[in-house]
Every structure is written in C-alpha cells, then in structure tokens.
Design a protein around this ligand. Structure first.
Ligand SMILES: [Fe+2]
Ligand SMILES: [Fe+2]
Length: 226
C-alpha cells in the first residue's frame, strides 16, 4: 500500500510515536511565545564556514518557500471546497498548522539572515492553482494532492535533518533541528489525514500523484538555489 511504503521511507518511528513526541516537546513554541528576544536559540545565529552557510541558507530558503506554497494550496482548496461542511474543518485544521509553520519559518529566515526565495510570488500562485485545480476535481483529488505533497515534503524534511549533521553545535541549530522534526511530523499527520479522507479513491490517483510529486521535487531543488 502506498501509505505504508511512504512512511517506511520516511522514518523508523510509527506515526503515533512521532505525533506523541511532537506534542510533548514543541520546538515551534519557542518562536510562538509572546517574547522570544531573550532566548539565544531564537535570537542568535552561529559563525559558519561557507559550506555550512550554504547548508543553512538553502534549507531555510526552501522551507520558507514550501510553507508559503502550502498555505496557498489550502487557500485554493478552501476557496473551492470550503462550503462543504464535512470538508471545511479538515482543511482548516491542516491550514492552521501551515500558518504556524510559515510564521516560524519567517522568524528563522530573519534570525539567520537568509535571503528569501526570489520565487515567492510564483510559490503563491502555483500553490493556489494546485490547490484550486485539484479541489475542482473533487474532494478525493484535493486529498490526493495533499498526500503527494506531504510525501515529498516529509522526505525533504527527513533528508534535511541528515544535512544538519554538518552544522556546528549551537543553541539555534539544536532548536532548528527540533523545529524541522516537528514540521516533518505535522506534514506526515497531514498525509495520514489525506489518506484517511480517501485520497486513494481520487480519479487517476497514480497519475495525479506522479505529476504532483514530480512538480514538488523540482520546486524544492529550484527554491534551494533561487
Ligand atoms: Fe507545512
Ligand atoms: Fe502540510
């Protein structure tokens, strides 16, 4: 089954354990607290070699762009499916988490002095269009879009955690690793939700998945650089 294949590729932890761990210790809450200025983990950035700087810059740039796109995917889906009382709260819950992800990524981008992607407006339009078009194909297709996106983004965050092993020990880097772990777990919960909402009953599910996954992988590589 596609879900079990996806999850096996992503983590050795069962999803219930991942969810539980992210709820017990929330790294994003360090950024969402009323005052973050006195915490070195949220207000300082380490000295880095050029290679390490490249790892950190590309990671935060692509993650911020991805969270922008995710927010617009849900906005597009909500525009089409928001009148359905059964679907609206499911979309809203996932969208609310994406809003939190973007808030934290915006703060990380400023904290570490990273240039945002030059494709910010493209990410917004592409995200909204992807959300709206798949929603027009029906609720199952909208969920198939979420399943495909979160599969790629879950893997992306997992790969990024391995890249972060090249960064020095520093309070801000330790917190960044926690944030990325938490975001990965949230994205995998969205994947579980989408499958639970019958994403795999979408018309042309395999083709839709292949197209969305390929588009996401290209977008990830482009936004690391541009
Ligand atoms: Fe997200
Ligand atoms: Fe997500």
């Amino acid at each position: 089954m596609m879900l079990s294949r996806n999850l096996a590729r992503l983590s050795s932890f069962p999803s219930c354990t991942r969810s539980l761990s992210s709820r017990i210790i929330s790294s994003t809450s360090a950024y969402l607290a009323p005052s973050i200025s006195g915490n070195p983990a949220t207000s300082t950035s380490p000295s880095l070699s050029p290679d390490q700087r490249q790892v950190l810059d590309s990671a935060i740039r692509v993650d911020q762009a991805g969270e922008v796109a995710a927010n617009y995917i849900y906005q597009g889906q909500m525009f089409i499916l928001g009148k359905d009382p059964a679907t609206r709260p499911i979309l809203q819950e996932m969208w609310d988490q994406e809003k939190k992800h973007l808030t934290v990524m915006n703060l990380l981008q400023v904290q570490h002095g990273v240039r945002p992607t030059a494709l910010w407006e493209v990410a917004k339009v592409a995200g909204w269009g992807l959300g709206a078009v798949t929603a027009l194909m029906g609720k199952e297709a909208a969920m198939a879009c979420t399943e495909a996106v979160e599969t790629v983004i879950g893997e992306h965050y997992d790969d990024q955690l391995k890249d972060f092993d090249r960064l020095p020990s520093h309070p801000s880097i330790d917190l960044l690793k926690g944030v990325v772990r938490e975001l990965r777990d949230d994205e995998l919960e969205h994947l579980d939700t989408a499958v639970g909402q019958h994403s795999q009953r979408a018309p042309q599910h395999a083709l839709l998945t292949a197209v969305v996954e390929a588009g996401c992988k290209i977008a990830v590589e482009v936004c690391k650089r541009v």
